[in-house]
Design a protein around this ligand. Structure first.
Ligand code: DC
Length: 223
């Protein structure tokens, strides 16, 4: 089975996707980290992220690997373990830039389709149900109010002892949403046949229960 989980930042999709993949013993693929890997590695090479030709050329020779590890999945970029270096705001901003570029999307979508070919995968992102696997057996689209998503991100960063401002974070989330939802290529939007879950008022455990319910239902129908 291919399970697609899409939604904006802070909707809870990665936490749910990771948990479910573990429970089902499926592979988990965080496609956002692939866009982040492109931005991070291109910047390291001093490639201007707004130069679509240069970024497009760079991405054709980029090797992104997901490696299983007891400490959690690791992301290798051209052989270098970049896991801890991808999840910051600067790389996030770069990722949003390259994610709007046609060549980057073509190549990453093809890579994602190749990874998912063998099935039994939970993939999260923005366009998995619409572009990467339009025929996925199960599609979820998670969303939550920007304020709530901002609060979640704020608490996450606070836990890491970072000096953060809630209003700033909410404003950034709204800005990123706007970019992801209005870009010309593959904008963030739910697939017609996606199961929509508003996670604003639910604890993550409740969301996981809802998703597992749907998966079990699907499995019953398939048997
Ligand atoms: O989920 P994330 O914050 O790691 O995603 C980083 C950026 O990549 C974000 O701007 C959305 C974009 N993205 C995308 O366009 N398509 C995907 N399948 C995954 C992420």
């Amino acid at each position: 089975m291919i399970i697609a989980i899409d939604g904006p930042a802070g909707s809870g999709k990665s936490t749910v996707a990771k948990f479910i993949a573990k429970r089902l013993n499926y592979r988990y693929i965080d496609t956002g980290s692939m866009y982040r890997a492109v931005a991070w590695s291109a910047e390291k090479k001093d490639i201007d992220l707004s130069d679509e030709n240069a970024v497009g050329q760079w991405v054709t020779q980029l090797k992104i690997e997901f490696v299983a590890d007891p400490a959690g999945q690791q992301v290798k970029v051209n052989g270098e373990n970049a896991t801890g270096l991808l999840k910051n705001e600067v790389v996030g901003r770069g990722a949003a830039k390259v994610a709007a570029q046609k060549r980057v999307r073509e190549i990453l979508v093809a890579k994602q389709q190749e990874i998912g070919e063998s099935g039994n995968v939970v993939m999260d992102g923005r366009d998995i149900g619409t572009q990467v696997f339009p025929n996925a057996e199960l599609k979820f689209f998670m969303d939550a109010d920007a304020e709530e998503r901002g609060k979640r991100r704020y608490l996450e960063l606070k836990e890491k002892n970072l000096d953060v401002d809630l209003e700033n974070i909410i404003a950034e989330i709204k800005q990123r949403d706007h970019e992801d939802r209005t870009r010309a290529i593959s904008p963030l939007c739910p697939a017609e046949d996606a199961i929509k879950i508003d996670t604003t008022k639910f604890a993550i455990e409740e969301v996981i229960d809802k998703v597992m319910e749907q998966i079990n239902l699907k499995k019953e129908i398939q048997n």
